[in-house]
Write a protein that binds this ligand. Structure first.
Ligand code: PLP
Length: 346
């Protein structure tokens, strides 16, 4: 029988370039997905163990988790929405609000893919050569868009947008998403701006600093009218009960996360200084470092480490930029030393 797939598929779905996650191979050091390789705190592990006894009932602690997060963010529970990772919140924003959308290039690739899935136009503004943002250019092009995606610190560059530029962009009064997945490594947040701007949505995750990537839990912080709209388009129960218990315990044990984050920041500087001796490296405010591997091809650079049991992220070329890029996540101190040894042999 002749396939009729092409008649049935939504035309824009054909154009989507599927998301490619960082490779994971058992036994390899993984520095490819900006995870926190120290893992979560022992208190979180205990909470996960206890959560086993409630697996037969639907997750029911959304309100407790929202309350807890509100305390962490110095806001109210009505300003918090939970998601199955912060990726789910991007999806909810795109479901609730009308496009076109606009984002930075390069930036977290899921914004464009998530917009494409819902058939929304996605415009891009190239960052400057050093990956800083020209806010005039962004504001100019965003006149055509309704939803603005900013990532601060930006993945994969590690660069940040200063608050005065954020304010200029927010003054345009578009739905403005500031993705703070790496907030804990930077320390500065747009959350205080929520008092002035009801068009702002800040996204955060437990996947990075809190080392809970496998449990899929993230959250959004916004004006309660936005939160209510996002809850309308959200499937129930997307944050599972184990993740809920883990998130509460992680926030009960902030000192543990802070100590690991501080270690990662120190190690990031060591890694940056080593990389900078050989390549063009970009100063990062997150838990990874981006480099231009020129004169080596990024694929060759990536393979050099893969052959030595270390997985990094080969990003290749960025549209509109010279150079070829790889991103290296900061692992544990031992893992970073292994990476640096392999780098020195290169
Ligand atoms: C900027 C940014 N936002 C969101 C995510 C995904 O977060 P989550 O695991 O909470 O869906 C990532 C993961 O790499 C990211 O880099």
């Amino acid at each position: 029988m002749k396939s009729r797939l092409n008649e049935y598929v939504k035309p824009w779905v054909n154009d989507i370039e599927a998301y490619i996650p960082g490779k994971t191979i058992e036994g390899y050091v993984k520095l490819a997905s900006n995870e926190n390789n120290y893992g979560p705190s022992p208190r979180v592990m205990d909470a996960i163990e206890k959560a086993k006894s409630v697996l037969h009932i639907y997750p029911h602690k959304d309100d407790d988790v929202r309350e807890k997060i509100a305390g962490y963010c110095n806001t109210k529970a009505e300003n918090i929405i939970l998601g199955n990772g912060s990726d789910e919140l991007l999806d909810l924003i795109l479901k609730a609000f009308k496009g076109p959308c606009i984002g930075l290039n390069p930036s977290y690739s899921w914004y464009k893919i998530a917009a494409g899935i819902l058939g929304e136009e996605y415009l891009e503004v190239n960052l400057n050569d050093d990956f800083t943002l020209s806010s005039e250019q962004f504001i100019d092009k965003s006149k055509r868009a309704n939803i603005l995606f900013l990532c601060n610190p930006n993945n994969p560059t590690g660069t940040v947008i200063p608050e005065d530029k954020l304010r200029e962009i927010l003054d345009e009064n578009k739905i403005t998403v500031i993705d703070e997945a790496y907030y804990e490594f930077y320390g500065k947040s747009a959350v205080p701006l929520l008092k002035k701007y009801d068009n702002l949505i800040v996204l955060r995750t437990f996947a990075k600093a809190f080392a809970l990537a496998g449990l899929r839990i993230g959250y959004g912080i916004a004006n309660s009218n936005i939160i209510d709209l996002l809850y309308k388009v959200k499937m129930p129960f997307t944050t599972n009960s184990v993740a809920q218990e883990a998130a509460i315990s992680a926030l009960d044990d902030l000192r543990y996360t802070e100590s690991r984050v501080n270690k990662i920041i120190k190690d990031r500087e060591i890694l940056f200084n080593k990389l900078k001796q050989k390549f063009r490296a970009f100063r990062s405010h997150a838990n990874f470092v981006l480099i231009d591997t020129t004169p080596i091809k990024s694929k060759e650079f990536y393979e050099w480490f893969l052959e030595r049991g270390i997985i990094i992220r080969n990003l290749g070329k960025f549209n509109g930029f010279r150079g070829e890029y790889c991103r290296i996540s900061v692992g544990t101190s031992d893992e970073n030393r292994a990476f640096i040894r392999a780098l020195e042999e290169l």
